[in-house]
Write a protein that binds this ligand. Structure first.
Ligand code: MN
Length: 434
């Protein structure tokens, strides 16, 4: 855990006006990292969001305003920076905080030529994948979600599997189809078996769903064969993004035994473009639910390892201006923390690397409207949701836009995550081809 320091001071303001005030998602206390381009100057490059602007990190690093010893912002991803580890992340955050604060280091503010070039309006920019994802592992760490799924598909009396309270359950997903917010997603084709049918069929998924999750991004790593403690794991988490683990429920239910989900999850995972650092989240640390039975010693965490992040999902039908909020929940409810997930992941000796992405698992709360998937919200399609624009949904239809939002509410300021959205396009049916 990083201590609360001067970068978290609620009284800090920025000389960039749009970063101030109770509605700004990117105040000087946040400083999330992303990769952007604008029409004028071409190639994708790292930046930090501040109010309505993006500060070009390649440019200000080259100008000598950052404490990095070697250039880490001269590429098209955050990986080189993430590999520095916690001391480098913290020194850079501190320097950025001073450069962008009203009463800080005035070298950027007092250089109109440099600040004019280095600050780009966000509205003019396109966002890209912030990180070259090395591996993507998805967990299953909400007790409410695991219980709901267990009730639906297994035994209502014994909804949690016997291992669930002892192991952060996960599976290895696909890094190749992790995409940034705004990327269209085709409805997957797949093999399904209708209830009562003798055999399977192949065709477009009929039960397309979302999973509202957070993704932890790893910086640094461990050599193969050398596990990591929970404390070390916590220090290796660079930051978090919003994550939608798109899921094909009809494909999943037919394929998932005995090795877990495969094609039902492999077609797309959408993340938000801004990585909110774990250091920015320090004021929002909270204790997770009490873990009972006490986990095995290698998984015991002492202290606050969860984060209070308010989350929301909206569904917007094709061409409609009316979106419907289908879920409101909070990251703080997770039973297993990201640090415990990472420790368990490396516990066999599995090497973790800079750019690894750990999905938290669907984040469901205890209330009816706090469930993080349509599977739960509609109870496997049996209780359709009414939409503000008219009509209803059991699962996602072609043309629907699904968008995740996240925000921490601080003392007079927010730490916002922005959004992670994607539009669903019709399936690409190749079955007539040879
Ligand atoms: Mn998932």
């Amino acid at each position: 855990m990083t201590d609360i320091n001067e970068t978290h001071d609620p009284a800090l303001t920025s000389w960039i006006e749009s970063a101030n005030g109770p509605t700004a998602d990117f105040p000087v206390q946040n400083l999330p990292y992303g990769v952007f381009s604008d029409g004028a100057s071409g190639s994708p490059r790292p930046g930090v969001a501040i109010g309505d602007n993006i500060l070009d990190l390649r440019l200000i690093e080259a100008a000598g305003l950052l404490p990095t010893e070697q250039p880490v912002f001269d590429g098209q991803s955050l990986n080189a920076f993430m590999a520095l580890g916690r001391a480098g992340w913290s020194a850079t955050r501190s320097a950025l905080s001073r450069l962008l604060s009203t009463d800080g280091d005035s070298r950027l503010r007092d250089d109109p030529e440099l600040s004019e070039r280095a600050l780009v309006p966000r509205a003019k920019c396109q966002m890209h994948m912030p990180v070259a994802i090395r591996g993507y592992t998805d967990f299953y760490s909400s007790r409410e979600h695991a219980t709901n799924v267990g009730k639906m598909f297994r035994d209502p009396e014994n909804a949690l599997m016997p291992n669930w309270l002892h192991i952060p359950i996960g599976y290895n997903g696909r890094a190749s189809t992790v995409v940034v917010s705004g990327t269209d997603v085709h409805r997957p084709m797949g093999q399904t078996r209708a209830p009562g049918a003798e055999g399977p069929q192949f065709g477009p998924c009929r039960k397309l769903d979302i999973e509202l999750e957070m993704g932890a991004l790893i910086g640094g790593g461990n050599p193969m064969g050398r596990p990591i403690s929970v404390t070390e794991a916590d220090a290796m988490i660079f930051g978090y993004v919003l994550l939608n683990d798109w899921s094909a429920r009809d494909i999943q239910v037919w394929e998932y035994q005995p090795l877990g989900p495969f094609q039902a999850k492999a077609f797309a995972t959408t993340i938000s473009p801004w990585v909110v650092t774990q250091e920015a989240l320090e004021p929002f640390r909270v204790h997770g639910p009490a873990q009972s039975p006490v986990p095995l010693p290698y998984l015991v965490q002492r202290g606050a390892y969860n984060f209070d992040v308010q989350l929301e999902v909206r569904l917007t039908p094709d061409g409609s201006s009316d979106s419907t909020t289908i879920c409101r929940t909070n990251f703080k409810h997770m039973y297993w923390s990201s640090a415990q997930q990472l420790t368990h992941h490396a516990s066999s000796g599995c090497a973790m690397e800079t750019g690894d992405l750990l999905g938290s698992g669907t984040i469901s709360g205890a209330e009816r409207d706090s469930l993080g998937s349509l599977l739960e919200l509609t109870w496997n399609g049996n209780e359709p949701l009414e939409l503000a624009s008219g009509g209803s949904r059991s699962f996602i239809e072609d043309g629907d836009i699904l968008t995740l939002y996240g925000r921490c509410r601080g003392d007079g300021y927010n730490v916002g995550f922005g959004e992670a959205g994607g539009k669903v396009l019709p399936a690409v049916d190749f079955t007539g081809e040879t």
